[in-house]
Write a protein that binds this ligand. Structure first.
Ligand SMILES: [Zn+2]
Length: 841
């Protein structure tokens, strides 16, 4: 008798309850020694069904991007019938596995026969064509990596169906891996995404107890990048030309590796590395919607830097996995923030298109070059083909994985919540007693969550509830009776004898807060939702695709966006009003989204579109003066539209200019620097220009880092500059209007080139490089030189290595004031000991 049949029989005797088709005899498969005992258990796919607004997202996917993916991308090397993942001639690499991973999760979460049938052909081909040596997938594909997402698809499929082919399939493949990893070690993608592979190895170990799987897990870990070190010590940019440790997707995907490995090696070093890594990432590269930037390298905190859709879904999966192992409520808070804000912002309202990159301040979606390290000319075009061909295959897992991982079973035979949303959950508690939980809520669009319990018979078990850190006055009642000692940021455990019709009500009052962003701008948040400016979004069709209803859209705003907020940070409730309306079917549609905020604002006329018209200039440094009228503007959830401002300047009296600036990079982070291209990083007490290599021939010339908040007119600027390669690097000053691109700024640059022995002073005038003066000087690569620039009115003098008289002396007054910073042009360079002072005339 197969597992399914036995389950149906087992439940035939339970009246009026439709429980999940799990195996009651075995109950859940817990961690097997020596793996850590206190790990939560992922519920089998299909145990959790989405309801309400969450179900709507899955249905949109079914009728949109996921349901039509095979028609949209029918080529042999994409999802077509000639795919190599169906034995054909294509080269599908990761594309098919990405898609099938999301498809299987969606099919069984929706319990949809068409989607199940669609996924079955991919699963069947893979299971039925395992090679005699144990490898699987296209025989010619010599890469460990794409097999990892396919294994997730098969794992989910097994948990939903109990297909008897699966455990043997995994056993055979992992034996093949163990026998072959020494001969053919992990490289590149497989070396950066090894955590996925280890998670699946441990999953099988818990089911078979085969000891060699632990050896395999250790071997995989030993061949992976040292992610725990990288996260703990902020070493993303320590690997020179290597693409992977700074690649935002891999960085997000690997976040789960230390936590997964901590099940084998339960030390604080591994257990805490994920959280430490997230703290480093958010501090240095964090965006308003709760995730790190990356285009495709980690890209700093600029308000026009983007987040890739793959990064979003990989962060989500990493947080979902980590939350099962490290029981810190902050992980669930972070997951909800990304799921409720970033994820829907990456999709079109109908989930037929996506954006490769989403920006905190996104005023347009269109075709064209944004200047990112990797740009694709379509990175911010709303399209089924936006950017490169990874996100369009990987995006499908976002929502269904969120559903599947929103609740977990606990080793003490209870249930715990990872993230709140409307769901219905069928599980087992205590001694394999079936339970159904109905989580009735419009959360995060309302503050109340009701959990209705339906049990086959009364049972004692723990119910572990995450109390978000943002909630100051959480309340919980059971059957109307308030519970005591409910505290912010805790896991609240209710262990009691539960009966059918018991009802737990959670009330999480949502206060308004503002979070600090780049250039002292702010983002308005309320509970887990992040808010942005409601603009009058205009959609125009740029291209019609052969599949009916699928288009490329450009989106622009018919209303102004250059507002600064007029708020009293000490009394936000007075400054910002909440407006509620009826809950619609899909709350991620701006016109009908049920929670909007009203706030006073003033226009800032000097804040305009950047040179390339692809994005706004950087959010101006707050406080910003404005003599415009006060207006009331509307803020809507970040994920309810594809254009928005979410990093707002604050209206007020600007800081005084000319404050001395000193930085020796001993205890510094890049958080106070505006990074424009080829991210700069701090190591061994100096500031380094990172390598731009490893980005397939794209990359940025003239990467800049500007010290946020500096403003000098007559200045003395000194620093040490060292070239570690060919190319040039040096100091920029009196800089305004800087964006990505070699000469995309207004201001002066003093650069040295150690290879050619040239010291050159010039300026970017009308976005073109103009040499003002240059000198030959004996210079060496790897040697540090002292530079001092005096710029008083129209006189600019450059002193070299402590010289008494200037090496360069010119007159130029095109740029009279501005920021200071550093710049590198196609070089690896280190800059240190910055000292800038405003000089008296
Ligand atoms: Zn992608």
């Amino acid at each position: 008798m197969n597992v399914r049949k036995s389950l149906i029989l087992a439940f035939a005797s339970i009246p009026s309850l439709l429980f999940a088709q799990n195996n009651p005899a075995k109950q859940y498969v817990y961690n097997r020694a020596p793996l850590t005992a206190n790990t939560y258990i992922q519920l089998p796919l299909g145990s959790i069904k989405a309801k309400g607004w969450l179900l709507k997202q899955l249905e949109l996917q079914k009728d949109g991007a996921t349901g039509h993916a095979e028609e949209l991308y029918p080529e042999a090397s994409n999802l077509g019938p000639e795919s190599d993942w169906l034995g054909g001639s294509g080269e599908g690499w990761e594309r098919v596995p990405y898609y099938v991973k999301g498809l299987v999760a969606l099919a069984y979460t929706l319990d949809n026969p068409d989607l199940k049938a669609k996924s079955q052909k991919w699963i069947n081909w893979t299971l039925d064509h395992q090679q005699p040596n144990g490898s699987f997938g296209p025989a010619k594909m010599n890469d460990w990596w794409p097999r990892m997402p396919m294994m997730y698809a098969i794992q989910s499929y097994y948990e939903a169906t109990g297909d008897e082919r699966v455990l043997g399939f995994f056993t055979k493949y992992f034996k093949y891996q163990l026998d072959n990893l020494d001969k053919k070690p992990l490289t590149e993608w497989s070396k950066s995404r090894t955590g996925d592979n280890i998670e699946l190895v441990l999953w099988l170990y818990n089911r078979t107890g085969e000891k060699s799987l632990l050896t395999l897990a250790e071997k995989l870990k030993s061949q992976a990048y040292p992610w725990a070190d990288i996260y703990t010590n902020n070493q993303f940019y320590y690997y020179g030309d290597d693409f992977h440790t700074k690649h935002s997707v891999s960085v997000g995907q690997a976040l789960k590796l230390p936590a997964i490995y901590a099940q084998l090696n339960n030390t604080p070093y591994y257990r805490d590395a994920t959280e430490k890594g997230i703290s480093n990432l958010i501090r240095d590269h964090g965006q308003s919607s709760g995730i790190a930037s990356g285009t495709e390298f980690l890209a700093g905190k600029s308000s026009f830097q983007g987040t890739e859709t793959c990064t979003v879904v990989e962060w989500m999966q990493s947080l979902e996995t980590t939350a099962r192992i490290v029981h810190d409520v902050q992980i669930g808070d972070r997951l909800e923030k990304i799921a409720f804000n970033t994820l829907p912002s990456q999709f079109s309202r109908d989930i037929k298109s996506h954006l490769y990159y989403t920006q905190p301040n996104q005023v347009v979606c269109k075709h064209g070059n944004s200047g990112f390290d990797e740009d694709y000319d379509g990175g911010i075009l709303l399209s089924p083909y936006s950017g490169m061909g990874c996100c369009r295959y990987n995006m499908h897992m976002g929502w269904p994985y969120f559903v599947k991982n929103s609740w977990v079973a606990t080793p003490d035979k209870g249930l715990a919540v990872i993230a709140y949303a409307p769901v219905e959950l069928n599980a087992f508690v205590a001694d394999a007693i079936p339970v159904k939980l109905n989580v009735e809520t419009n959360y995060p669009f309302e503050e109340q969550i009701k959990i209705k319990i339906d049990l086959a018979k009364p049972a004692t078990f723990p119910l572990k509830l995450r109390i978000p850190e943002w909630c100051k006055n959480p309340q919980i009642t059971v059957n109307g009776k308030a519970l005591l000692n409910v505290k912010t940021g805790q896991v609240y455990n209710i262990t009691r004898l539960w009966n059918s019709k018991d009802e737990v009500t959670l009330n999480f009052p949502m206060d308004i807060k503002v979070s600090d962003q780049v250039n002292k701008s702010v983002t308005v948040e309320r509970g887990p939702l992040v808010y942005g400016l409601q603009m009058d979004a205009q959609y125009s069709i740029r291209k019609k695709h052969p599949v009916a209803g699928f288009f490329d859209y450009e989106v622009s705003s018919a209303s102004p966006w250059n507002y600064g907020l007029v708020i009293d940070r000490k009394n936000l409730a007075k400054s910002i009003k909440v407006e509620n309306s009826a809950m619609p079917e899909n709350p991620f549609v701006q016109a009908t989204t049920p929670v909007k905020l009203k706030v006073s604002a003033k226009k800032i006329p000097s804040w305009t579109m950047a040179y390339n018209k692809m994005h706004a200039f950087e959010v101006p440094r707050s406080p910003v003066a404005s003599s415009e009228q006060t207006e009331e503007i509307t803020l809507t959830p970040f994920g309810s539209e594809n254009i928005r401002i979410s990093n707002f300047p604050v209206i007020g009296t600007p800081e005084s200019a000319g404050k001395p600036f000193k930085e020796n990079f001993e205890n510094a982070t890049v958080k106070d620097w505006l990074l424009y291209g080829g991210s700069w990083f701090i190591k061994d007490g100096a500031f380094h220009a990172a390598s731009n290599k490893g980005s397939w021939g794209y990359g940025i010339h003239g990467s800049k880092a500007l010290a946020s908040g500096t403003m000098f007119k007559n200045l003395s600027y000194q620093a040490t500059v060292q070239l570690n390669s060919k190319g040039n690097a040096g100091l920029i000053f009196r800089v305004t209007d800087a964006v990505l691109g070699a000469d995309m700024y207004k201001g002066y640059y003093l650069g040295i080139d150690a290879e050619t022995g040239v010291i050159e002073l010039g300026k970017s005038s009308d976005l073109k490089w103009v040499v003002l003066a240059s000198q030959k000087q004996k210079l060496e690569i790897g040697k540090s030189y002292q530079i001092k620039i005096d710029a008083i009115d129209n006189e600019i003098k450059v002193y070299f290595n402590g010289s008494a008289s200037p090496l360069i002396s010119v007159k130029d007054d095109e740029f009279k004031y501005g920021m200071v910073g550093v710049r590198a042009y196609d070089s690896i360079a280190s800059i240190d000991n910055l000292l800038v002072k405003e000089e008296a005339k």
